[in-house]
Design a protein. Structure first.
Lengths: 374, 729
């Protein structure tokens, strides 16, 4: 009880607290910028390698089994948007494009909207979150869709006009002008449902220009989602007001970014050097014992001379010959090529001009690697 | 929502497909399962919406009603939705055509100047030499006495910092020149990209002029096209609408290339300049500059255009649609503070219009304003309305105020009244503006002030809110409020206006006020008294000076009378639309909706979503404990809250440990939370979760933060630190 009373007091003075927090934050920010302070902070702060990180496979397995939180509330939240579907459709018909934003994956929401409400449209889903997306292919498919539709329409009226050229061999400009010339016969509307129009592969100006041009074609409507907070920077005034004509909707769903997140590296897997050590180990173990020993020579040298830029090739050769690891420069070179191909070794220019070899791992990781290799 | 089909192999395959056509199967199946064949597509939709019987949706609660009745209701909903959509399209196309007309009229003077310049330049070039088609196609230059290598170029100063407004201007210019027999090509900055080089813009040029473009873009292709009978003897104009954005090298190359051909192919540039006249000098090399023969033209200022637009679309509501004071103020601020482009103003207005027709159920009646026989239209439509909707008409706040009895005629009458009133209203407002424009007042400012309902209640007694008769005590009692800035300034302008100017203003008034007989008579009376201007001059000195203005003219009785008249009609007629019954049908009021649709703010909102996730999700578990970050929060939300403690970089190790601490509720705060939390959650949180699960949750939260762009992953050089990108919503 007493503690609750205390908290009530604390929360009533929350403004003061906030001010204080701001002050202390700026203090720490300033501290961090100080060179000496930085070093101390570094020394005090823990390292990622100190954590007992589980194997990536285990991590990925657990990732698929994360129990959902707030399932009921998330469900209710998503359902609450259903009431707006009609208004969304209305606005789409008014000639606006819909742009959904807010935290949480909007993939299911939008696809649900499309499949239940956009029944009069041919809906084409574009997964903008994929790094592999090719806008030209998308355009070709849209053009083919329209071509099929006009062909169907024409069949009822008169003889069909032959397609001048396959769309795939036309330039994007040609396809856009073809789309622009689609007269509004009947209700052949196509709706492009673009998940993550701010996706990594669509972030360049050219793609956005292209999408903007498509969005003003008479028969094309756009429903899109963005997740990145800086997404509005993708468009200039012309695109926003005369081409896309966005109508924004804030629809946080708090749904997990299951598909969207697949292409991001896991911070505890490949981000830390635990992973690089592991891959290096796998590669090394597949090599001959001699090659492993060559690598060991190089690693030991690097650990002993941390400040140097690397080990000169000539001294590595001498060392290896002494230990009967290689018989000639040719054999050494073949080992080195193997290392370089697997990114185990990098070549640097030494300050005196000669090439030297360097293993791109920090000392801790390198030590661990040697232990495990033994 | 969580459709079962999503996790099927097909859906999973679709997720990694770059694009696919969404199968309509779901909708079709649902339609088939419904007992009766659907008459409208909207009906199918509704069926799906209400299909889960156990959903907490309020709609499904109505389920046990008679299905037939419901079907009918749904049919009505669809019908009126279609009507509203039609109303929007008709209303907006009327507004859009009005806008186009206004802008074209304003620009017409410039367009004619350009056309005249084109003709003059064309005859000047032709006077140098008139090559025949065969000569044009020769690969070597013409043999003339004069060496002519200068391309006549018109620099059009647009005075717009933002280029977007000029897009329409140049489009209209293109149409204007084309309809007057010029060959037109329009190039924009994208074609002048350094990446594509001069070949890119030449290809685009050929594409616009020639019917079939050869593979190799070449000026000689243009030459042979120009020799065609139907093309020959017409000037070619190349419009470049945003000069500053073009690559100078590419443009310079094009200029030099075409200048070699200028006698053979009479080509002229029209270039839009947003900044100052020295822009081409900064952009182009001196060699290219020498090949241009410049001529300067200037476009009207944006504020002139804005005034004309406001007059045409807001003051004289051309399509019946109007906006409330709040919306008007928002739009004004949006225009003046946001970017000052007319394009964005218009697009905001269009959004407002669509929102109005989308939200207000009775808005389709607005269409009646465009009909010839409006009253009949309204009567028909209103009689056909279902009972519930009729009732809602009388439930509008503006009607409940007035105790209208439920009668059809009242709605029709009310709407006709609104329409008639709008006419008078706009006439008087224009009179006010006519006076105010001498003081450089903007119409939008006056408009915003005049439609302010608070101002009106201030200046007129309550009983007279909806009246049309004005008494003298009303005039004296209605003291102008502090907010009546622009109206008072306009009145002051009339009061101290020189007589000759005033006479001109009176002339304009009488044209504006046509149809309002009573007031026109008064204006005429004023005009007749001024015919004996001499008498004014004599009596002028007798009037005491009312202000310390250093202006030479003193207040004459005529000025006083005109001011009185203006003041009188302002009070009488300028009733804000929001004070009239049934105004909700034609007037858009919901500024919040407009603002959120117009200016999405992901930077702020996404952070707020995460920091205040409990208010978004409306859960009971997290909001109880407001002090600390609770373990029941969404994982990403916890991480985002924790990230607030750091500066611009976050140590991943520490971050992980605090996340681990919170999720396992190891510290006291967590324990306290457990005491108050529901038992279900408690049992879940009690056993310590496996290390791998915590790590997986941590990873996912970091990935999600990265997707939202709030975080940047560690670099190779600093593997232990991630970078924060956004600070505070």
């Amino acid at each position: 009880m007493a503690s609750r009373g205390f908290h009530a007091v604390a929360s009533s003075g929350s403004e003061d607290e906030e001010e204080e927090a701001g002050l202390s934050r700026s203090y720490f920010l300033a501290k961090e910028k100080e060179p000496s302070g930085k070093k101390r902070a570094r020394a005090a702060a823990g390292k990622l390698s100190d954590l007992n990180i589980v194997d990536e496979q285990v991590l990925r397995a657990s990732l698929a089994e994360i129990p959902p939180k707030h399932e009921k509330e998330v469900d209710a939240l998503t359902k609450s948007y259903k009431d707006q579907y009609r208004n969304w459709l209305f606005e789409l018909r008014c000639g606006f494009s819909l742009l959904m934003y807010g935290f949480g994956s909007k993939k299911l929401l939008l696809e649900d909207f499309a499949s239940t409400t956009l029944t009069d449209f041919t809906v084409m889903v574009i997964n903008g979150y994929l790094p592999s997306i090719n806008l030209k292919q998308v355009m070709v498919t849209i053009a083919e869709l329209f071509w099929e539709q006009t062909k169907l329409n024409r069949k009822h009226k008169s003889g069909t006009k032959s397609q001048p050229q396959s769309f795939a061999s036309q330039s994007i400009d040609d396809i856009i002008s073809f789309l622009n010339n689609q007269a509004s016969e009947g209700d052949d509307h196509v709706c492009l449902l673009i998940h993550n129009i701010d996706g990594p592969a669509l972030r360049d100006a050219e793609s956005q220009q292209c999408l903007a041009q498509v969005s003003c074609c008479p028969q094309v409507h756009i429903v899109a989602s963005v997740d990145h907070v800086n997404a509005p920077l993708l468009w200039d005034k012309k695109m926003v007001h005369t081409q896309f004509k966005w109508s924004w909707y804030h629809v946080p769903t708090f749904a997990p970014y299951k598909v969207e997140g697949v292409f991001y590296p896991l911070i505890l897997a490949s981000g830390g050097h635990a992973q690089t050590t592991k891959t290096a180990l796998v590669v090394l173990q597949s090599l001959t014992p001699n090659a492993q020993s060559v690598f060991r020579v190089l690693a030991e040298y690097q650990l002993a001379n941390e400040k140097e830029e690397g080990m000169p090739v000539s001294s590595l050769y001498t060392k290896c010959r002494e230990r009967f690891l290689v018989s000639s420069q040719v054999t050494l070179n073949s080992h080195l090529t193997e290392f370089k191909d697997h990114d185990l070794v990098k070549i640097r220019k030494h300050s005196d001009g000669q090439d030297c070899l360097h293993i791109p791992l920090v000392s801790d990781a390198l030590e661990k690697l040697l232990q495990e290799l033994a | 929502m969580d459709s079962p089909s999503h996790d099927t192999p097909l859906a999973a395959a679709n997720n990694i497909e770059p694009f696919f056509i969404l199968p309509k199967a779901a909708a079709a199946a649902a339609a088939a399962s419904s007992s009766s064949p659907p008459t409208t597509t909207t009906r199918t939709r509704r069926r799906i919406d209400v299909s889960p019987p156990s959903s907490p949706n309020p709609k499904s609660a109505k389920r046990p009603r008679n299905t037939e009745e419901e079907d009918e209701e749904e049919g009505d909903v669809a019908l009126y939705e279609r009507l509203r959509l039609e109303a929007f399209h008709r209303t907006w196309s009327k507004i859009q055509s009005t806008i186009d007309e206004v802008l074209r009229d304003i620009n017409l003077k410039l367009f004619d100047q350009v056309l005249q310049w084109v003709h003059e330049s064309f005859s000047a070039i032709r006077s140098v030499a008139t090559p025949c088609p065969a000569e044009i196609q020769q690969p070597y230059p013409l043999l003339t006495d004069v060496i002519c290598r200068k391309i006549p170029t018109a620099f059009v100063l647009t005075k717009n910092a933002e280029f977007v407004d000029d897009v329409t201007t140049f489009r209209d210019l293109t149409d204007h020149l084309e309809s007057n027999g010029c060959h037109l090509a329009k190039l924009s900055a994208t074609e002048f990209a350094a990446k594509h080089g001069v070949g890119g813009c030449l290809r685009s040029l050929l594409r616009q002029l020639l019917s079939d473009v050869p593979d190799v873009a070449d000026v000689s292709a243009l030459a042979s096209w120009y020799c065609g009978v139907e093309n020959y003897d017409q000037p070619m104009v190349i419009i470049i609408d945003d000069l500053e954005q073009c690559s100078g090298d590419v443009l310079g190359e094009l200029v030099i290339m075409l200048s070699e051909w200028v006698v053979k192919l009479p080509m002229f540039f029209v270039m839009g300049i947003a900044t100052t006249l020295d822009a081409p000098r900064k952009l182009l090399s001196s060699e290219a500059l020498q090949r241009l023969d410049p001529c300067k033209l200037t476009l009207g200022s944006p504020s002139d255009r804005m005034n004309a637009l406001v007059e045409a679309i807001l003051v004289k509501p051309c399509a019946g649609f109007s906006i409330s004071h709040e919306v008007a103020v928002f739009l004004r601020n949006y225009f003046f503070r946001h970017d000052g482009t007319i394009t964005s103003f218009i697009s905001a207005l269009k959004l407002a219009c669509s929102k109005h027709f989308s939200i207000e159920p009775l808005s389709f009646l607005c269409m009646g304003m465009l009909e010839e026989d409006s009253e009949n239209f309204w009567r028909d439509k209103f009689d056909a309305l279902p009972q519930a909707m009729q009732k809602s008409a009388f439930g509008l706040p503006s009607c409940t105020r007035e105790n209208y009895s439920v009668k059809t005629d009242n709605v029709v009458e009310g709407l006709s009244e609104l329409m008639k009133f709008q006419k008078d209203w706009s006439s008087v407002l224009l009179c006010l503006y006519e006076a105010g424009r001498h003081e450089k007042m903007q119409l939008l400012d006056i408009f915003c002030e005049v439609i302010n309902p608070d101002m009106h209640t201030q200046r007129a007694p309550k009983s007279d809110l909806l009246m049309s008769k004005v008494t003298s005590e009303n005039l004296s009692s209605g003291k102008s409020g502090a907010g009546r800035r622009f109206i008072d300034r306009a009145l002051d302008t009339v009061r101290y206006m020189p007589t000759d100017k005033l006479l001109r203003v009176l002339d304009v008034w009488s044209t504006h006020l046509k149809g309002m007989n009573e007031i026109t008579d008064k204006v005429k009376e004023l005009q007749s008294t001024t015919i004996s201007t001499d008498s004014v001059k004599i009596t002028k000195d007798k009037w005491p000076r009312r202000s310390t203005h250093s202006s030479p003219n003193r207040v004459a009785p005529l000025n006083d009378k005109a001011t009185m008249l203006l003041d009188d009609i302002t009070r009488k007629v300028l009733v804000p639309v929001e004070c009239l019954p049934f105004h909700e049908i034609i007037c858009f009021k919901n500024v919040g909706v407009l603002q959120s649709a117009l200016l999405g703010n992901p930077r702020r909102m996404v952070q707020l979503d995460l920091l205040k996730s409990q208010s978004c999700l409306k859960c009971s578990c997290c909001s109880k404990n407001r002090i600390a970050v609770s373990a029941s929060l969404h994982d990403t939300s916890i991480m985002c809250n924790l990230a607030q403690e750091y500066g611009d970089v976050i140590n991943v190790h520490d971050w992980y440990l605090s996340f681990d601490g919170i999720t396992n509720s190891t510290h006291s705060k967590g324990k306290r939370r457990l005491l108050g939390s529901p038992s279900k959650k408690k049992s879940k949180a009690m056993p310590r979760q496996s290390e791998s699960m915590i790590q997986a949750r941590f990873c996912r939260a970091v990935t999600e933060l990265q997707i939202t762009g709030l975080l940047r992953m560690p670099s190779k050089r600093r593997p232990d630190l991630v970078q924060r990108i956004a600070f505070g919503p």
